[in-house]
Ligand binder design. Sequence first.
Ligand SMILES: [Zn+2]
Ligand SMILES: [Zn+2]
Length: 207
Amino acid sequence: MDVPHIPKVFSQGIWCPQCDERSTPRTCADPFAVCFVCASDHRFYISATYPVSSETEKASALRVPVAKSASEAEAAHYWLTNSQARDHLNPQLAQLLRQFVEHRALSYEPEFNWCPACGRPLLPFEQPDVWVQGLACENGHEFAARGGHINGSLGGERISLLSEYSAKALQSVVGGWLKPNPLLAPQMHATVRDILEHYASGQAATV
Ligand SMILES: [Zn+2]
Ligand SMILES: [Zn+2]
């Protein structure tokens, strides 16, 4: 697992897609992600390259050196920071673990209202892919939005930004992972399931 590459156009920071303030890069609980945060604490991420599903499917069978006595936070820290473990960690689970460790459960739904590259409004436009929402600014920066991600290409580089889950979305995504599902089961190690169950049973504070 490699640390993420910051595209040139984002090297000095981005315009916050939520509120249009300047957002600067900073480290976070996930060493394989770069967080951009604005003065209002809206956080958007560039993630590391995602492991393919043939690798994440090996997660449940991995031998994991997490002590039985380890807290959920310690186990989550191990999964997020250990490079070999990350090679097998489903990216959605990685995002959940990061939000648990950072106590982030948003009271609002994050939105891509402003172009991260130039700060102009992002408006929907017609495009042929029914699975994504096309968003563009007046400077011709175009993105495809889907499920809390925007993807695009700027200055010859691929751009991908990820928002955080709201408290409501977290509840639904965690619930999905905890339901019996033969497709998802191989992707989740028992220690990760414990963390999700601990989280699902607790009352998360929203920010
Ligand atoms: Zn903001
Ligand atoms: Zn733009």
